[in-house]
Design a protein around this ligand. Structure first.
Ligand SMILES: *[C@@H]1O[C@H](CO)[C@@H](O)[C@H](O)[C@H]1NC(C)=O
Ligand SMILES: *[C@@H]1O[C@H](CO)[C@@H](O)[C@H](O)[C@H]1NC(C)=O
Length: 378
């Protein structure tokens, strides 16, 4: 499709990538062929009356990866029929972070040039030149394993790299794009403050998850966790600024018995003034979490030191959940964690190790002088 959007898109690209005159071309009409003002050509003297179409495709609409690894988001383009003379193509990868996936205000009526409004640039490339942006700088490249291969390779995946990536090919005449979802394999866990229930505003919740080597969960991540059986009757912040909770067994006090199982949503809440718990998302960790062998039980300060003496650090709650969920950590001994909580991970439920389902058991935040074991991370 020869898109009406092209001039607007072009305006959003960096000037170094613009052909002269690229800003002021509008399509006259579109009857299946591609007409364009000759003044607006690519400089090769090509006459723009042909049935050549640019196709941009991805064989995988969604890709799942692990934190810290590399991932390839596939994207290829070709022309049909093949071009007789090459066109200069530019490629732009942009990104709608999963954290922005649900608008906190009702979306405005879809106006074409707002289509990509909240996407941010990841990389732009033309010929051998390319440029990457923001947090992606130095971590991304194009695969270019074959002509037309514009697949994006992202290294050292971070928790907050999830979202919808758009591969857009622009050749001075046409622009076409395709999107690829990136998901990370991981685990969602509810988190509340030492101070008690419902103490975090949005920013406090963000920070609390980060402190536990996690990030606020997205709606999709919480939804997946609910599908996998998470049931939690306390409302928590999500990355998009909404407040929700997952219910698999409807009951009073959790939205009521009559409401179908699902995510109960309070919708967007005031990020400064409203207070809830948090849903954090943690993904695979590089190191491992282990229960420290120690002759005696420890108070919290002793626990911190004991991990240090063992050449490691006291484990964070996100690390504990990742180890439980992704590495099968199973231990029926309560131990201190970095936030001053006491927990233990059970993958095979059994007598005297808590409820009949697997899970990370949580004793909350006991007084710091009480004695338990400790989980360390190395
Ligand atoms: C994503 O996470 C990285 C590493 O934790 C951090 O440096 C970066 O600021 C985060 N980016 C956003 C948009 O939150
Ligand atoms: C833990 O025990 C040590 C003595 O081994 C003591 O000095 C420390 O104050 C105790 N910490 C807490 C939080 O009670």
């Amino acid at each position: 499709m020869l898109s009406l959007l092209r001039p607007l898109l072009a305006a959003g690209l960096h000037l170094l990538l613009l052909p002269p005159g690229g800003l002021c071309s509008f399509l006259r009409y579109n009857n299946g062929f591609h007409y364009q003002d000759i003044n607006n050509g690519n400089g090769n003297g090509e006459i723009y009356f042909n049935g050549v179409r640019l196709h941009v495709e991805s064989p995988e609409p969604s890709v799942s990866a692990t934190r810290g690894s590399s991932v390839t988001l596939p994207c290829h383009f070709h022309y049909e029929p093949e071009l007789t003379s090459p066109r200069r193509t530019r490629v732009k990868w942009s990104w709608l972070p999963a954290t922005a996936a649900a608008a906190t205000a009702p979306a405005p009526a879809p106006v074409p040039h707002q289509r990509f409004a909240r996407e941010t640039e990841v990389m732009v490339a033309m010929g051998n030149r390319h440029r990457s942006y923001g947090n992606f700088r130095g971590r991304v490249r194009l695969r270019r394993s074959a002509p037309g291969d514009m697949s994006l390779v992202i290294n050292e995946l971070q928790l907050n790299d999830t979202g919808r990536y758009r591969c857009e090919v622009i050749d001075g005449l046409e622009d076409e794009s395709v999107t690829v979802e990136l998901e990370l394999r991981g685990v969602v866990f509810p988190y509340f403050s030492k101070e008690g229930r419902y103490r975090f505003n949005f920013f406090g919740a963000q920070e609390a998850c980060q402190d536990q080597d996690a990030t606020l969960a997205t709606f999709e991540q919480l939804f997946t966790a609910w599908e996998e059986g998470l049931d939690w009757c306390n409302a928590g912040w999500l990355a998009d600024g909404t407040v929700q909770y997952p219910i698999t067994v409807p009951r009073d006090g959790c939205g009521g018995e009559d409401l179908a199982p699902g995510l109960r949503s309070y919708g967007p809440r005031h990020r400064h003034h409203h207070h809830y718990d948090a849903f954090c998302f943690s993904a695979s960790i590089k190191g491992s979490v282990y229960f420290l062998k120690h002759p005696t039980k420890l108070n919290f300060t002793e626990a911190l030191r004991a991990c240090e003496s063992d050449g490691s650090q006291i484990a964070k709650v996100g690390q504990m959940h990742a180890a439980w969920r992704l590495m099968g950590l199973d231990r029926c001994d309560a131990g201190w964690l970095a936030d001053g909580s006491v927990r233990y991970p059970i993958t095979k439920a059994r007598a005297n190790c808590g409820p009949p389902e697997p899970g990370v058991r949580n004793f909350g935040f006991p007084p710091l002088h009480l004695k338990f074991g400790v989980y360390c991370y190395r």
